[in-house]
Design a binder for this molecule. Structure first.
Ligand SMILES: C[S@@+](CC[C@H](N)C(=O)[O-])C[C@H]1O[C@@H](n2cnc3c(N)ncnc32)[C@H](O)[C@@H]1O
Length: 249
């Protein structure tokens, strides 16, 4: 039996309207669906009622590495049985989504795959908060950064980042916000740089907290901001004030 094909798809930032038509079509077309956290309640419901074989890979194993190994193994196992598989995950699969790792594993196993990009929270959550991550009147670049590099193994060049004229968008960054804000200031980023944090962006529970680099960690602590949240550091955050009164989703 020829192997099946794997579709590595993004589901957008959690609101049903932002899922691509292609991802929805694939629910009908595949045999097996592997999903994890952050795909949004409505989509999860549709998947669970689809009548397809469904695996919640977010629940299968506790430890992250183990979870990923298990997911990789399942993708290969199902495809080798001739099944077409939809592997669906939050946002875009290639933005801190391990989609690249899964594609690598499939390529090594000789299994065909397709990438179905999704709307990433890194751009959509700021947009829903009235913050364009680029704007010609502000910085000429945008950097997407993980806030989760382990202490002692941090490969981020904070000095270069602090000096770069760029909007900095940090994912998975709530827990290390204080440390990372301090690093940016230590390397010369202005303590007055505006910062916004968008919690559960693009969903009905979206909440936005703003401040400056110098006080944002205290504000976030006081307000009890929790993951999932996107952090935007840069002057584009100032646009929110002007856009917000007319922003109508
Ligand atoms: C493992 S990363 C996955 C990112 C995803 N692939 C994407 O493109 O949006 C998880 C992080 O994405 C961010 N995130 C995902 N969905 C979000 C949402 N609806 N609102 C705010 N942040 C979100 C948070 O920073 C969260 O910790």
């Amino acid at each position: 039996m020829p192997p099946g094909k794997v579709f590595i798809a993004g589901s957008g930032p959690g609101s049903f309207e932002l899922i691509t038509k292609r991802a929805i079509e694939l629910i009908e077309q595949v045999d097996v669906i592997l999903f994890d956290e952050l795909i949004g309640a409505e989509l999860r419901n549709i998947i669970e009622k689809s009548g397809k074989e469904v695996v919640d890979v977010g629940k299968r194993a506790g430890k992250h590495k183990k979870k990923q190994d298990e997911t990789n193994r399942l993708l290969i196992e199902y495809a080798k049985k001739g099944k077409n598989v939809l592997r669906i995950k939050g946002g875009d699969p290639f933005i801190f989504g391990r989609g690249g790792e899964e594609a690598e594993v499939l390529a090594e196993a000789g299994i065909k795959f397709e990438i179905v990009p999704g709307v990433t929270s890194a751009i959509a959550a700021p947009a829903y908060a009235g913050i364009p991550v680029t704007h010609r009147g502000y910085d000429p670049a945008v950097v997407f950064l993980t806030g989760k590099e382990a202490p002692g193994r941090d490969r981020t060049n904070w000095e270069a980042l602090a000096k770069l004229n760029a909007t900095i968008v940090i994912l998975m960054g709530v827990a290390n916000l204080r440390r990372n804000a301090e690093r940016l200031m230590k390397h010369g980023k202005s303590p007055d740089t505006p910062v916004a944090i968008i919690e559960k962006g693009c969903t009905k529970e979206q909440r936005v907290v703003t401040g400056r680099l110098r006080n944002i960690a205290d504000i976030v602590e006081k307000e009890g901001v929790k993951a999932p949240a996107v952090i935007v550091i840069g002057n584009v955050v100032n646009l929110r004030e002007k856009l917000l009164p007319f922003l109508d989703f």
